[in-house]
Write a protein that binds this ligand. Structure first.
Ligand code: COA
Length: 323
C-alpha cells in the first residue's frame, strides 16, 4: 500500500511585526485583553508589495531545499488560501511560474482556516491513488488585506505568513506504524456561513470585502467539532490519545488549544504553539507550527502528530501523521 510521506517542510513570515501595543493605538483594546482572551502577543504583516504568492514561494523554496527536491520533480502544487493574489488564476499557478516549474499542475483550495488540512487530504489522495509521485502543499495568507482595521473584534486575531510541506509517495504496510499521512477527515456545514465570512467577493459585491465573525459562537462550535474530528481520527487508526506525541493545531485561540490538550490528556509541552508570535495565519498556521517543531528538533522520525483545524464555512477536519 502507498503512503504520502512528508519529506521536507518550509516556512516564511513577513519581516514586519505588529505588536498588540501598536494595535491598541489603532482600536480600543489592550495588550492584556488580547493576551488573556487569545494568547496572541504579536503578528507579522506583509509588506505593501508582498502578495500571497510571494510568501508561498519563500515557504515552498525552503521546503524544496529541506527535501532536496527541484521544481522538475514536482507533479502537483496544492495551495490553500483565502487571500489569493487575484480572483483568477489560481495563486498556485503564480508559485508554479516563480519556481520555473514547466510541467505538472497547480491549483488553489479554499477552505479558510481548515485549508491546509483540505490541501493535505487532496495531496494524500493523489499520491495514494498513484496519480502523483511528489506533491507540494502550501498554506499561504495575507489576511491583513481583508481585515477591517477599525473592528477590534477581528483585526486583533489574524496575521500573515506561509508554510509548506513536500510529500512523496512511499510504501507502507497499511497500519499506524507506517511513516506518512495515516488519515485525513474533512467536514463542512454551509448552514453556519454567517458565523464567519467575508462580506465581499467578485460575484456579490465586486470588492474583496472584510472578515466578519460571531466570535463566541465560532468558539463554541470549534470546541465541539474539533473534539469530534479528533475522536474520529484516533478511532479510524485504532489509536488513543496516549499514542499522540505532538498536537499541532490550527492556531486560532490559545484557550481552544489548551482545552483540546486537556481533553486529550496531553502535557502542555506536547502542544506546538505559535499563536503568541504568529496570531491566526489561517491556512498557513499548521505548516508554520509544524515546520518550527521539526526545525528545533522536537518532532522526530516515528513521532505521531495530530493536526486539527476549523474555519469559515464552517469547515473543519483532522489528520494523523507519523513523522
Ligand atoms: N479588546 C477589548 N475588548 C474587546 C475586544 C478587543 N479586541 N473585542 C471584543 N471586546 C469586547 C466586546 O465588545 C465585549 O464587550 P461588551 O461585553 O461590552 O459587549 C467583550 O469584549 C466580550 O466580547 P466577546 O466577543 O464575548 O469576547 P470573547 O471572550 O468571546 O472573546 C474572541 C472574543 C474573538 C477572542 C473569542 O470569541 C474567540 O476567540 N472566538 C473564536 C474565534 C476564532 O477562533 N476564529 C477563527 C476561527 S478560524
Amino acid at each position: 500500500m502507498h503512503r504520502s510521506r512528508i519529506i521536507g517542510c518550509g516556512a516564511y513570515l513577513p519581516e514586519r511585526i505588529m505588536t498588540n501595543h501598536e494595535l491598541a493605538r489603532m482600536v480600543e483594546t489592550s495588550h492584556e485583553w488580547i493576551v488573556s482572551r487569545t494568547g496572541i502577543c504579536q503578528r507579522h504583516i506583509a509588506a505593501e508589495d508582498e502578495c500571497t504568492s510571494d510568501l508561498a514561494l519563500k515557504a515552498a523554496q525552503a521546503a524544496m531545499d529541506d527535501a532536496g527536491i527541484t521544481a522538475d520533480d514536482i507533479d502537483l502544487i496544492v495551495l490553500a488560501t483565502t487571500t489569493p493574489d487575484q480572483t483568477f488564476p489560481a495563486t498556485a499557478t503564480q508559485v508554479q511560474a516563480k519556481l520555473n516549474m514547466t510541467r505538472g499542475a497547480a491549483f488553489d483550495v479554499q477552505a479558510v482556516c481548515a485549508g491546509f488540512l483540505y490541501a493535505l487530504a487532496i495531496a494524500d489522495n493523489f499520491l495514494t491513488a498513484g496519480q502523483a509521485e511528489t506533491v507540494l502543499v502550501i498554506g499561504s495568507e495575507t489576511y491583513s488585506r481583508i481585515l477591517d482595521w477599525q473592528d477590534r473584534r477581528t483585526c486583533i486575531l489574524f496575521g500573515d505568513g506561509a508554510g509548506a510541506v513536500m510529500l512523496r509517495r512511499a510504501d507502507g504496510n497499511g497500519n499506524s506504524n507506517d511513516r506518512g499521512v495515516l488519515s485525513t477527515h474533512l467536514h463542512s456545514d454551509g448552514r453556519l456561513h454567517d458565523l464567519l465570512y467575508v462580506d465581499g467577493g467578485p460575484s456579490s459585491t465586486q470588492t474583496a470585502g472584510h472578515v466578519r465573525m460571531a466570535g463566541r459562537e465560532v468558539f463554541r462550535h470549534a470546541v465541539i467539532k474539533l473534539t469530534e474530528a479528533v475522536e474520529e481520527a484516533l478511532e479510524a487508526n485504532d489509536l488513543t490519545a496516549k499514542d499522540i506525541d505532538w498536537l499541532v493545531p490550527h492556531q486560532a485561540n490559545k484557550r481552544i488549544i489548551d482545552g483540546m490538550a486537556r481533553k486529550l490528556g496531553l502535557a502542555p509541552e506536547q502542544v506546538v504553539l505559535t499563536i503568541d508570535r504568529h496570531a491566526n495565519t489561517s491556512a498557513a498556521s499548521i505548516p508554520l507550527a509544524l515546520c518550527e517543531a521539526v526545525r528545533d528538533g522536537r518532532i522526530k522520525p516515528g513521532h505521531l502528530i495530530l493536526m486539527e483545524a476549523i474555519g469559515g464555512g464552517l469547515s473543519w477536519g483532522s489528520s494523523l501523521v507519523r513523522w
